[in-house]
Design a protein around this ligand. Structure first.
Ligand code: ZN
Length: 294
């Protein structure tokens, strides 16, 4: 009897703890500082999207630039462990060994990670990072990096055909198709929606382990694409950590798409906590009309 009471109380405390923790903004670390994209413009938009309505509190850690001397790098020690989720808007020089080790420990130990667009171009030589992102592109990626994921008979299938990893055709609006409607990030998201003009990354390849493809888009040969359904939103398990990978978001136009913003918020929340509370707004883009943030 005594034990039962103790257990009931413990469960009650746990529930209250969950509710209290949930009311607090999620602690997010946004990493930027190098990118072949205009991170100076897009990082503030990513931060604003995540902080809207008090969902997140975002701190930014800007890495040294690619000409910085070694002492600048030695002084750059992002405190990953202080955050529930790390969002990367970084594509550049390989992080120092101690930062890489801290990041691997953080994600494998249960930390959340959200690579955005060209963050999946980063670090072709860093195996653990490629396992976190599932698929990546450019940086000399090839069949040596791992397979493509191809939709065959309604199943995402590894394709080891030799060839480049990472490409895209002309920027254009394209229809996103939900692929895992029961996943917490996708529950309530329409089956199809029009994404604002963006690059459509194709032929990404990588270790592709523990990947759930959440949404894809048909890469049109008319626009210089592959004719394949390309995985663009993914959820990846890495150790105890959760990764939400969005290959969308080339520039400020693309990241200002309501579909991008809502999936980023939901994906970041899921990576941080395993749950999603952000509602899908009624002004979500439809299959025929994209929708920009106000
Ligand atoms: Zn781009």
């Amino acid at each position: 009897m005594e034990t039962l009471h103790f257990m009931k109380n413990a469960i009650l405390l746990l529930s209250i703890g969950t509710i209290v923790a949930h009311a607090e903004p999620l602690k997010v670390l946004l990493v930027d500082g190098q990118n072949n994209h205009n991170w100076v413009q897009t990082s503030p938009v990513l931060k604003a999207i995540l902080e809207e309505g008090g969902l997140c509190k975002v701190d930014v850690s800007t890495a040294p630039d690619n000409k910085a001397p070694e002492d600048k790098w030695a002084a750059w020690k992002p405190k990953f462990a202080d955050y529930q989720v790390v969002v990367s808007n970084y594509n550049g020089k390989l992080w120092p060994e101690d930062v890489r080790a801290a990041f691997e420990k953080y994600v494998s130990g249960g930390g959340g990670f959200v690579p955005v667009h060209a963050a999946n171009n980063s670090f072709p030589e860093w195996l653990a990072y490629n396992e976190m992102i599932g698929l990546g592109g450019w940086g000399g990626r090839s069949e040596k990096s791992g397979p493509y994921l191809r939709l065959r008979d309604n199943k995402w299938t590894s394709d080891t055909t030799p060839g480049r990893g990472g490409s895209h055709g002309a920027k254009h609006e394209y229809v996103m198709t939900a692929q895992a409607p029961t996943h917490p990030i996708m529950a309530g998201v329409p089956a199809k929606w029009m994404h604002t003009a963006d690059e459509l990354y194709d032929r990404l390849r990588g270790p592709a382990k523990n990947v759930t493809v959440l949404a894809s888009a048909k890469s049109s040969p008319d626009k210089g694409g592959t004719g394949e359904d390309e995985p663009l939103l993914m959820a990846i398990d890495y150790g105890k950590g959760r990764v939400f990978h969005t290959a969308l978001g080339h520039d400020t136009t693309s990241v200002n798409c309501v579909g991008f913003a809502v999936t980023l918020r939901r994906g970041t929340e899921w990576a941080a906590t395993g749950k999603v509370t952000t509602a899908v707004p009624t002004e979500f883009p439809t299959e025929t009309a994209s929708k920009a943030r106000p």
